[in-house]
Design a protein around this ligand. Structure first.
Ligand SMILES: NC(=O)c1ccc[n+]([C@@H]2O[C@H](COP(=O)([O-])OP(=O)(O)OC[C@H]3O[C@@H](n4cnc5c(N)ncnc54)[C@H](OP(=O)(O)O)[C@@H]3O)[C@@H](O)[C@H]2O)c1
Length: 321
């Protein structure tokens, strides 16, 4: 039986993804999240309803120490046979913050650390244990693409380097707006995914790498940090109608969650490495991501900068080429 690790798999669209992985695809799960207590009831329900094994992993993706501790725990479970194999990783957790810029214990802007840096560290520390023909899927967002209505809605993704993004607002500079930070963290995760795919192909490592945009999905906790009126309005059917008219990519948490499960395990996506999929209006489609996301020069710099920012040693990852 395959085992899939998912961050943020216990809430929002992650719930629908985890449930589908357990029910339809008969996968065991590793739910990685900041609070095991919060994941407990959901995990129990999955085990009772679908006869799968669900492991809980304490992991805060905004903290390198926490990601490292979670990875160690996961490695122990694999070594002891508690988990037979690791067949996929879904980097799904994410935040859209609001208000003043904040920094993590590692000293980096919180959105960028949570959505991008922490997930890269997770992947790089665990990738050697992902089974042959396994998959790594990154939940991104249409907001990364400034040439679309989604990309104009939240703040246009910034072209700054990873080092500048992680350190925005330091030394008396004006910080990048947090909507922009969100969109840029999602641009960088796609660009990292493409670079990872190129490097794995070159090294003949058969792991499939996919980037995914769930579309604007009302009803999840995504807008919890926004002013209550904005969060409320975004969930009304009127606003949904307005967003559709504006050309915003729209979906539902259950369709997007099921789509995320599908691209992670269905054989039809074996050959989809290096591609970007979007859930839009009840359809899962492969489409191009932003122009900048295909810039290989920026990708190479992003890769190099990221390795330094996450303080990973060459001996800790097979991705040291
Ligand atoms: N909803 C949308 O309209 C939309 C559109 C495009 C892309 N997305 C992306 O889709 C993904 C899922 O979002 P959602 O809509 O399901 O939102 P959500 O309901 O807020 O779920 C986000 C998940 O991320 C987890 N998380 C947040 N910060 C974390 C941290 N520091 N460490 C570990 N886990 C953390 C949350 O866990 P806690 O329970 O601990 O908070 C939660 O499980 C995100 O990457 C989001 O950016 C969403």
């Amino acid at each position: 039986m395959a085992t899939i690790l998912i961050t943020g798999g216990h809430s929002g669209l992650g719930v629908y993804c985890s449930r589908l992985l357990a029910s339809k695809h008969q996968c065991n799960l590793i739910l990685a999240g900041r609070s095991p207590e919060k994941m407990q009831d959901f995990s129990q329900a999955l085990e009772n309803d679908y006869e799968v094994k669900v492991h809980l992993l304490k992991m805060d993706t905004s903290s390198f120490a926490s990601v490292r501790a979670g990875v160690s725990e996961c490695k122990k479970m694999l070594k002891s046979g508690e988990i037979e194999s690791l067949n996929g990783i879904i980097c799904n957790a994410g935040v859209r913050l609001n208000g003043q810029v904040t920094y993590t214990d590692d000293g980096y802007e919180t959105t960028y650390a949570t959505n991008y840096l922490g997930h890269v560290l997770l992947v790089e520390l665990l990738i050697d244990l992902v089974s042959k023909k396994g998959r790594i899927v990154f939940t991104s967002s249409g907001t990364h693409d400034p040439d679309t209505a989604d990309g104009k809605m939240m703040g246009v993704a910034d072209k700054a380097t990873a080092v500048d993004l992680a350190n925005t607002g330091k030394n008396g500079e004006k910080p990048i707006n947090l909507g922009k930070m969100y969109a840029t963290s999602k641009l960088d995760i796609i660009q990292y995914a493409y670079e990872l795919n190129r490097r794995l192909k070159k090294a003949n490592i058969p792991i499939t790498i996919i980037a995914f945009d769930p579309g604007a999905t009302p009803g999840t906790g995504f807008l919890r940090n926004m002013p209550p009126l904005v969060a409320w309005l975004a969930n009304t059917s009127f606003m949904n109608w307005v967003m559709k008219q504006m050309g915003i990519t729209k979906s539902t948490a259950d369709f997007s969650g099921a789509s995320l499960a599908k691209i992670t395990v269905e054989p039809a996506y074996d050959t989809a490495s290096g591609k970007y999929f979007q859930a839009n209006n009840s359809q899962l489609i492969e489409r191009p991501s932003s122009k900048l996301s295909y810039d290989e020069k920026r990708a190479a710099k992003l890769w190099k900068d990221t390795q330094k920012l996450i303080h990973i040693k060459p001996s800790e990852t097979i991705l040291n080429f």
